[in-house]
Design a protein around this ligand. Structure first.
Ligand SMILES: *[C@@H]1O[C@H](CO)[C@@H](O)[C@H](O)[C@H]1NC(C)=O
Length: 213
């Protein structure tokens, strides 16, 4: 690549980024873990599909009968993936997370598209105060909030191991958006009495992302 083509390449790449075109597509076959991740910014889910829309995807060594139904799609897939993933840096789920199976005889896949958008991302340990703030006359817009636990380490300092054992507790909550949206600053306690105890016998933490608009 000579210098001119390199420059052109960089210019085109920047244009694409500016236009917000850069996105990711993740396809996961059958029961396996569907993982979305953003190295910079937070996840913004733009589409999500659970079912089968063509014969080829995830066909592998499947029997023809398992891949011929290409009209299978769960309507609520987008809602579920959006609620679980939007505003996080990492999000994992699998086929068991969907509330029902739209076509039991068919071998299905999960397919999501998402972008990574700039946002203020924070983790607040249980019982600490969440403090959201925007300067210059801008106001808070909460993108996503979850009060649960998805790893052993976060907010685990000197905690009883029994309280940080769970790593499957996703508990999306609306409270931060209801309380803070359109304000310039906002504070509340990340406690079970305020945000709900979604995960039994577990020390929970709040993961939240917001922008200033
Ligand atoms: C995030 O995704 C939604 C569609 O799910 C879209 O309407 C919205 O504009 C996106 N936000 C940004 C900042 O790209």
């Amino acid at each position: 690549m000579n210098r001119f083509t390199l420059k052109l390449f960089v210019a085109v790449a920047c244009l694409l980024l500016d236009a917000g075109v850069s996105g990711f597509k993740m396809t996961t076959c059958g029961p396996h873990v569907h993982r979305l991740t953003c190295e910079t910014g937070v996840i913004n889910v733009t589409s999500a599909f659970f079912g089968r829309a063509d014969i080829g995807t995830c066909a592998g060594a499947k029997e023809p009968g398992e891949v011929t139904n290409t009209q299978c799609s769960l309507d609520s897939a987008m809602d579920l993936v959006t609620r679980r993933c939007t505003g996080k840096k990492v999000c994992e789920l699998n086929a068991n997370c969907f509330d029902h199976d739209p076509c039991p005889e068919t071998f299905k896949y999960i397919q999501s598209t998402y972008t990574c958008i700039p946002a203020i991302h924070m983790i607040v340990c249980e019982q600490s105060l969440a403090h959201l703030e925007c300067d210059n006359g801008k106001t808070i817009h909460v993108i996503g909030a979850d009060f649960g636990r998805r790893d052993h380490v976060t907010c685990g300092f000197r905690r009883d191991p029994a309280l940080v054992r769970r790593l499957d507790c996703t508990n999306p909550i609306d409270f931060p958006g209801q309380k803070c949206n359109r304000k310039s600053n906002c504070e509340f306690r990340a406690s079970k009495s305020v945000l709900g105890s979604g995960c039994a016998v577990t020390s929970q933490y709040l993961e939240l992302a917001y922008t200033c608009q």
